[in-house]
Design a protein around this ligand. Structure first.
Ligand code: ATP
Ligand code: MG
Length: 343
Protein backbone atom coordinates (compact mmCIF):
# COMPACT_ATOMS: atom_id res chain seq x y z
CA UNK A 1 0.00 0.00 0.00
CA UNK A 2 1.09 3.53 -0.70
CA UNK A 3 0.73 6.65 1.41
CA UNK A 4 0.21 10.40 0.89
CA UNK A 5 1.67 13.10 3.13
CA UNK A 6 1.00 16.83 3.30
CA UNK A 7 3.92 18.65 4.91
CA UNK A 8 2.43 22.06 5.69
CA UNK A 9 3.59 25.11 7.64
CA UNK A 10 0.79 24.62 10.15
CA UNK A 11 -0.42 21.04 9.68
CA UNK A 12 1.18 17.71 8.81
CA UNK A 13 -1.27 15.07 7.57
CA UNK A 14 -1.01 11.57 6.22
CA UNK A 15 -3.56 9.71 4.10
CA UNK A 16 -3.86 5.95 3.70
CA UNK A 17 -6.45 3.78 2.03
CA UNK A 18 -8.31 1.30 4.25
CA UNK A 19 -10.81 -0.61 2.12
CA UNK A 20 -13.20 2.03 0.77
CA UNK A 21 -12.19 4.62 3.33
CA UNK A 22 -9.33 7.05 3.38
CA UNK A 23 -7.81 7.37 6.84
CA UNK A 24 -6.14 10.67 7.77
CA UNK A 25 -3.75 11.31 10.66
CA UNK A 26 -3.10 14.95 11.52
CA UNK A 27 -0.79 16.88 13.84
CA UNK A 28 -0.06 20.57 14.24
CA UNK A 29 3.41 21.36 12.98
CA UNK A 30 4.46 23.12 16.18
CA UNK A 31 6.23 22.49 19.47
CA UNK A 32 7.00 24.04 22.83
CA UNK A 33 10.14 23.84 24.93
CA UNK A 34 9.66 23.66 28.70
CA UNK A 35 12.11 23.20 31.55
CA UNK A 36 12.30 19.67 32.85
CA UNK A 37 10.69 19.45 36.29
CA UNK A 38 8.98 16.87 38.49
CA UNK A 39 5.65 18.38 37.58
CA UNK A 40 6.37 18.15 33.85
CA UNK A 41 7.59 14.59 34.33
CA UNK A 42 4.39 13.64 36.14
CA UNK A 43 2.11 15.23 33.58
CA UNK A 44 3.91 13.60 30.71
CA UNK A 45 4.28 10.13 32.14
CA UNK A 46 0.54 9.86 32.70
CA UNK A 47 -0.43 10.79 29.17
CA UNK A 48 0.28 9.90 25.58
CA UNK A 49 1.57 13.38 24.82
CA UNK A 50 4.19 13.34 22.07
CA UNK A 51 7.45 14.58 23.57
CA UNK A 52 11.19 14.15 23.86
CA UNK A 53 13.53 15.07 26.66
CA UNK A 54 16.92 16.54 25.93
CA UNK A 55 19.21 17.47 28.85
CA UNK A 56 17.11 19.62 31.17
CA UNK A 57 14.52 20.53 28.52
CA UNK A 58 11.38 18.78 27.37
CA UNK A 59 9.92 19.34 23.90
CA UNK A 60 6.22 18.74 23.46
CA UNK A 61 5.23 18.51 19.82
CA UNK A 62 2.08 18.46 17.70
CA UNK A 63 -1.46 19.18 18.85
CA UNK A 64 -0.54 19.19 22.55
CA UNK A 65 2.08 21.90 22.18
CA UNK A 66 -0.50 24.67 22.47
CA UNK A 67 -2.04 23.29 25.71
CA UNK A 68 1.37 22.96 27.33
CA UNK A 69 2.37 26.41 26.11
CA UNK A 70 -0.67 27.84 27.89
CA UNK A 71 -0.08 25.89 31.12
CA UNK A 72 3.62 26.72 31.29
CA UNK A 73 3.24 30.22 29.90
CA UNK A 74 5.55 29.62 26.97
CA UNK A 75 5.26 30.42 23.27
CA UNK A 76 4.82 27.67 20.70
CA UNK A 77 7.46 27.48 18.00
CA UNK A 78 7.28 26.14 14.45
CA UNK A 79 9.70 23.98 12.45
CA UNK A 80 8.47 25.59 9.22
CA UNK A 81 7.92 29.12 8.04
CA UNK A 82 6.46 30.36 4.75
CA UNK A 83 6.08 26.84 3.34
CA UNK A 84 9.57 25.50 4.04
CA UNK A 85 11.84 24.47 6.92
CA UNK A 86 12.60 27.50 9.02
CA UNK A 87 16.19 28.71 8.90
CA UNK A 88 15.70 30.60 12.20
CA UNK A 89 14.67 27.54 14.18
CA UNK A 90 17.57 25.40 15.36
CA UNK A 91 15.33 22.54 16.47
CA UNK A 92 13.36 22.48 13.21
CA UNK A 93 14.64 19.17 11.87
CA UNK A 94 14.41 16.96 15.00
CA UNK A 95 10.93 18.38 15.75
CA UNK A 96 9.53 17.88 12.25
CA UNK A 97 11.02 14.39 12.27
CA UNK A 98 9.14 13.49 15.45
CA UNK A 99 5.84 14.85 14.15
CA UNK A 100 6.24 13.16 10.77
CA UNK A 101 7.08 9.80 12.39
CA UNK A 102 3.92 9.96 14.45
CA UNK A 103 1.77 10.92 11.46
CA UNK A 104 3.06 8.37 8.93
CA UNK A 105 3.80 5.51 11.33
CA UNK A 106 5.97 2.57 10.33
CA UNK A 107 6.01 1.60 6.66
CA UNK A 108 3.86 -1.45 5.93
CA UNK A 109 6.84 -2.96 4.19
CA UNK A 110 10.34 -1.63 3.58
CA UNK A 111 10.29 0.73 0.63
CA UNK A 112 6.55 1.54 0.81
CA UNK A 113 5.86 4.31 -1.67
CA UNK A 114 5.07 7.66 -0.05
CA UNK A 115 4.25 10.84 -1.97
CA UNK A 116 4.87 14.01 0.06
CA UNK A 117 3.82 17.52 -0.88
CA UNK A 118 6.34 20.26 -1.57
CA UNK A 119 5.60 23.86 -2.48
CA UNK A 120 6.76 25.38 -5.74
CA UNK A 121 9.38 28.13 -5.50
CA UNK A 122 7.72 31.44 -4.62
CA UNK A 123 7.54 34.01 -7.41
CA UNK A 124 7.57 36.89 -4.96
CA UNK A 125 10.52 35.83 -2.83
CA UNK A 126 14.04 34.58 -3.45
CA UNK A 127 13.96 31.42 -1.34
CA UNK A 128 14.47 28.00 -2.84
CA UNK A 129 12.44 24.97 -1.76
CA UNK A 130 15.17 22.47 -2.70
CA UNK A 131 16.84 22.17 0.72
CA UNK A 132 13.44 21.68 2.36
CA UNK A 133 12.45 19.00 -0.15
CA UNK A 134 15.72 17.08 0.13
CA UNK A 135 15.67 17.18 3.93
CA UNK A 136 12.12 15.83 4.20
CA UNK A 137 12.96 13.23 1.58
CA UNK A 138 15.92 11.94 3.57
CA UNK A 139 13.95 11.85 6.85
CA UNK A 140 11.30 9.70 5.16
CA UNK A 141 13.90 7.44 3.54
CA UNK A 142 15.48 6.93 6.99
CA UNK A 143 12.07 5.78 8.27
CA UNK A 144 12.05 3.07 5.59
CA UNK A 145 9.82 4.69 2.97
CA UNK A 146 10.46 5.29 -0.70
CA UNK A 147 9.67 9.02 -0.76
CA UNK A 148 8.60 10.89 -3.87
CA UNK A 149 7.94 14.65 -3.91
CA UNK A 150 4.72 15.98 -5.45
CA UNK A 151 3.93 19.63 -6.04
CA UNK A 152 1.27 20.90 -3.61
CA UNK A 153 -0.89 22.50 -6.33
CA UNK A 154 -0.70 19.31 -8.41
CA UNK A 155 -1.91 17.33 -5.38
CA UNK A 156 -5.01 19.52 -5.35
CA UNK A 157 -5.66 18.63 -9.00
CA UNK A 158 -5.33 14.91 -8.17
CA UNK A 159 -7.75 15.10 -5.27
CA UNK A 160 -10.37 17.49 -6.65
CA UNK A 161 -10.37 17.27 -10.45
CA UNK A 162 -10.36 13.52 -11.14
CA UNK A 163 -13.76 13.79 -12.81
CA UNK A 164 -12.53 16.61 -15.05
CA UNK A 165 -9.62 14.67 -16.49
CA UNK A 166 -7.16 16.31 -14.13
CA UNK A 167 -7.49 19.56 -16.04
CA UNK A 168 -7.86 22.91 -14.28
CA UNK A 169 -6.36 25.45 -11.97
CA UNK A 170 -5.76 24.18 -8.42
CA UNK A 171 -5.06 26.65 -5.64
CA UNK A 172 -4.09 25.70 -2.09
CA UNK A 173 -4.46 28.60 0.36
CA UNK A 174 -2.29 27.45 3.28
CA UNK A 175 -0.75 29.07 6.33
CA UNK A 176 2.66 30.07 5.00
CA UNK A 177 1.96 30.10 1.29
CA UNK A 178 -0.52 29.93 -1.53
CA UNK A 179 0.30 27.27 -4.14
CA UNK A 180 -1.05 27.49 -7.67
CA UNK A 181 -0.91 24.83 -10.39
CA UNK A 182 -2.45 24.77 -13.85
CA UNK A 183 -2.76 21.23 -15.12
CA UNK A 184 -3.75 19.97 -18.55
CA UNK A 185 -4.67 16.29 -18.62
CA UNK A 186 -2.56 15.62 -15.52
CA UNK A 187 0.45 17.49 -16.92
CA UNK A 188 1.39 20.56 -14.89
CA UNK A 189 1.82 23.42 -17.37
CA UNK A 190 2.39 26.18 -14.82
CA UNK A 191 3.16 25.97 -11.12
CA UNK A 192 4.30 28.55 -8.62
CA UNK A 193 3.78 29.64 -5.05
CA UNK A 194 3.15 32.98 -3.45
CA UNK A 195 4.78 33.74 -0.11
CA UNK A 196 1.49 34.82 1.50
CA UNK A 197 -1.26 32.83 3.17
CA UNK A 198 -3.15 32.63 6.46
CA UNK A 199 -0.11 33.63 8.55
CA UNK A 200 0.26 36.81 6.53
CA UNK A 201 -3.42 37.68 7.01
CA UNK A 202 -3.09 37.10 10.76
CA UNK A 203 0.10 39.15 11.09
CA UNK A 204 -1.31 42.08 9.16
CA UNK A 205 -4.61 42.08 11.07
CA UNK A 206 -2.69 41.81 14.36
CA UNK A 207 -0.47 44.77 13.49
CA UNK A 208 -3.37 46.90 12.30
CA UNK A 209 -5.47 46.38 15.43
CA UNK A 210 -2.75 45.94 18.07
CA UNK A 211 -3.98 42.45 18.92
CA UNK A 212 -1.68 39.47 19.66
CA UNK A 213 -1.33 37.25 16.57
CA UNK A 214 -2.50 34.09 18.40
CA UNK A 215 -5.69 35.86 19.39
CA UNK A 216 -6.31 36.97 15.79
CA UNK A 217 -5.75 33.38 14.57
CA UNK A 218 -8.26 31.97 17.01
CA UNK A 219 -10.89 34.61 16.17
CA UNK A 220 -10.36 33.82 12.49
CA UNK A 221 -10.62 30.05 12.95
CA UNK A 222 -13.59 30.11 15.30
CA UNK A 223 -16.42 32.12 13.86
CA UNK A 224 -15.17 34.49 11.25
CA UNK A 225 -17.00 34.71 7.93
CA UNK A 226 -16.46 36.82 4.84
CA UNK A 227 -19.98 38.13 4.74
CA UNK A 228 -19.18 41.75 3.88
CA UNK A 229 -20.68 43.04 7.12
CA UNK A 230 -17.49 44.76 8.02
CA UNK A 231 -16.81 45.35 11.67
CA UNK A 232 -14.95 48.64 11.27
CA UNK A 233 -12.04 48.96 13.67
CA UNK A 234 -12.37 45.38 14.96
CA UNK A 235 -10.28 42.28 14.34
CA UNK A 236 -12.89 40.78 12.01
CA UNK A 237 -12.95 43.95 9.95
CA UNK A 238 -9.17 43.87 9.62
CA UNK A 239 -9.28 40.17 8.69
CA UNK A 240 -11.78 40.93 5.91
CA UNK A 241 -9.57 43.68 4.54
CA UNK A 242 -6.50 41.45 4.40
CA UNK A 243 -8.43 38.49 2.99
CA UNK A 244 -9.61 40.78 0.22
CA UNK A 245 -6.08 41.96 -0.36
CA UNK A 246 -4.70 38.40 -0.40
CA UNK A 247 -7.18 37.32 -3.07
CA UNK A 248 -6.44 40.32 -5.29
CA UNK A 249 -2.72 39.68 -4.89
CA UNK A 250 -3.07 35.99 -5.79
CA UNK A 251 -5.13 36.84 -8.89
CA UNK A 252 -2.59 39.48 -9.91
CA UNK A 253 0.20 36.87 -9.66
CA UNK A 254 -1.81 34.34 -11.69
CA UNK A 255 -2.30 36.89 -14.49
CA UNK A 256 1.38 37.80 -14.44
CA UNK A 257 2.53 34.18 -14.59
CA UNK A 258 0.07 33.17 -17.32
CA UNK A 259 1.36 36.07 -19.43
CA UNK A 260 4.99 35.15 -18.82
CA UNK A 261 4.56 31.43 -19.35
CA UNK A 262 2.76 31.86 -22.66
CA UNK A 263 -0.08 29.58 -21.65
CA UNK A 264 -2.12 28.45 -24.64
CA UNK A 265 -4.85 30.87 -25.69
CA UNK A 266 -8.50 29.87 -25.66
CA UNK A 267 -8.14 27.74 -22.56
CA UNK A 268 -11.35 27.11 -20.63
CA UNK A 269 -10.74 25.46 -17.26
CA UNK A 270 -12.37 24.89 -13.88
CA UNK A 271 -10.78 26.42 -10.77
CA UNK A 272 -10.68 24.61 -7.44
CA UNK A 273 -9.76 26.30 -4.15
CA UNK A 274 -8.67 24.54 -0.99
CA UNK A 275 -6.39 24.82 2.08
CA UNK A 276 -7.25 25.96 5.61
CA UNK A 277 -7.31 29.62 4.60
CA UNK A 278 -10.19 28.92 2.20
CA UNK A 279 -12.38 27.69 5.11
CA UNK A 280 -14.41 30.78 6.11
CA UNK A 281 -17.97 31.04 4.83
CA UNK A 282 -18.10 33.40 1.89
CA UNK A 283 -14.56 32.62 0.66
CA UNK A 284 -15.66 30.93 -2.54
CA UNK A 285 -18.09 33.76 -3.40
CA UNK A 286 -15.50 36.42 -2.69
CA UNK A 287 -12.94 34.67 -4.86
CA UNK A 288 -15.46 34.32 -7.72
CA UNK A 289 -16.30 37.99 -7.45
CA UNK A 290 -12.64 39.00 -7.52
CA UNK A 291 -11.99 36.76 -10.54
CA UNK A 292 -14.94 38.30 -12.38
CA UNK A 293 -13.53 41.76 -11.78
CA UNK A 294 -10.07 40.78 -13.05
CA UNK A 295 -8.83 40.56 -16.63
CA UNK A 296 -7.84 36.90 -16.64
CA UNK A 297 -6.24 35.91 -19.96
CA UNK A 298 -8.11 32.58 -20.16
CA UNK A 299 -11.67 31.55 -19.48
CA UNK A 300 -12.91 29.88 -16.33
CA UNK A 301 -15.71 27.33 -16.51
CA UNK A 302 -16.46 27.46 -12.79
CA UNK A 303 -15.05 27.84 -9.30
CA UNK A 304 -15.45 25.06 -6.80
CA UNK A 305 -14.32 24.59 -3.23
CA UNK A 306 -12.87 21.36 -1.86
CA UNK A 307 -15.16 19.55 0.54
CA UNK A 308 -12.41 19.16 3.15
CA UNK A 309 -9.98 22.05 2.73
CA UNK A 310 -7.53 20.69 5.29
CA UNK A 311 -7.38 17.19 3.77
CA UNK A 312 -7.19 17.65 0.04
CA UNK A 313 -3.40 17.92 -0.36
CA UNK A 314 -2.79 14.68 1.60
CA UNK A 315 -5.64 13.05 -0.33
CA UNK A 316 -4.17 14.11 -3.69
CA UNK A 317 -0.72 12.84 -2.71
CA UNK A 318 -2.33 9.50 -1.89
CA UNK A 319 -4.15 9.37 -5.24
CA UNK A 320 -0.87 10.05 -7.06
CA UNK A 321 1.03 7.45 -4.98
CA UNK A 322 -1.60 4.77 -5.53
CA UNK A 323 -1.76 5.37 -9.25
CA UNK A 324 2.04 5.18 -9.52
CA UNK A 325 2.02 1.99 -7.47
CA UNK A 326 -0.60 0.47 -9.74
CA UNK A 327 1.31 1.50 -12.85
CA UNK A 328 4.50 -0.08 -11.47
CA UNK A 329 2.80 -3.39 -10.66
CA UNK A 330 1.16 -3.52 -14.08
CA UNK A 331 4.46 -2.86 -15.80
CA UNK A 332 6.43 -5.33 -13.74
CA UNK A 333 5.19 -8.56 -15.35
CA UNK A 334 5.84 -7.08 -18.79
CA UNK A 335 9.36 -6.04 -17.79
CA UNK A 336 10.08 -9.44 -16.34
CA UNK A 337 8.81 -11.10 -19.51
CA UNK A 338 11.03 -8.85 -21.60
CA UNK A 339 14.01 -9.76 -19.45
CA UNK A 340 13.33 -13.47 -19.97
CA UNK A 341 13.07 -12.91 -23.72
CA UNK A 342 16.38 -11.08 -23.76
CA UNK A 343 18.18 -13.88 -22.00
N1 ATP B 1 -11.89 27.57 10.02
C1 ATP B 1 -10.90 28.31 9.56
N2 ATP B 1 -11.12 29.58 9.15
C2 ATP B 1 -10.13 30.34 8.69
N3 ATP B 1 -8.85 29.95 8.61
C3 ATP B 1 -8.57 28.70 8.99
C4 ATP B 1 -9.55 27.81 9.49
N4 ATP B 1 -8.97 26.64 9.83
C5 ATP B 1 -7.66 26.79 9.54
N5 ATP B 1 -7.41 28.03 9.05
C6 ATP B 1 -6.14 28.60 8.63
O1 ATP B 1 -5.62 27.80 7.59
C7 ATP B 1 -4.20 27.82 7.63
C8 ATP B 1 -3.71 26.37 7.68
O2 ATP B 1 -4.11 25.76 6.50
P1 ATP B 1 -3.36 24.51 5.89
O3 ATP B 1 -3.32 23.41 6.87
O4 ATP B 1 -3.97 24.26 4.57
O5 ATP B 1 -1.90 25.12 5.72
P2 ATP B 1 -0.53 24.35 5.64
O6 ATP B 1 -0.65 23.30 4.59
O7 ATP B 1 -0.11 23.89 6.98
O8 ATP B 1 0.44 25.52 5.16
P3 ATP B 1 1.26 25.72 3.81
O9 ATP B 1 0.58 24.95 2.71
O10 ATP B 1 1.24 27.19 3.57
O11 ATP B 1 2.64 25.23 4.11
C9 ATP B 1 -3.81 28.61 8.86
O12 ATP B 1 -3.51 29.94 8.49
C10 ATP B 1 -5.07 28.55 9.70
O13 ATP B 1 -5.18 29.67 10.58
MG1 MG C 1 -0.52 23.30 2.52
Amino acid sequence: MAQGLDVGTMNILSARQDGNDTVFVQQRNSFVEIDYSDMAEQMLSRSDVLHIRKDNKVYIVGDDALNFANIFNEETRRPMEAGILSSDEQSAIPMIKLITEQVVGEPERPGELLYFSVPADPIDGDVSTLYHQKTIESLLADMGYEPEPINEGMSVIYSELANQEFTGLGISFGAGMTNVCLSYYAVPVMKFSIARGGDWVDEQAAKATGTPVDKVTSIKEEDFSLDFETDVGGVEGALSIYYDNLLDYVIEMIIKEVDEEDVEEGLDVPVVVTGGTSSPDGFEELFKERLDDAQIPFSISGVQQAENPLYSVAQGALVAARSEEQRATQEQPAEEAAEVENE
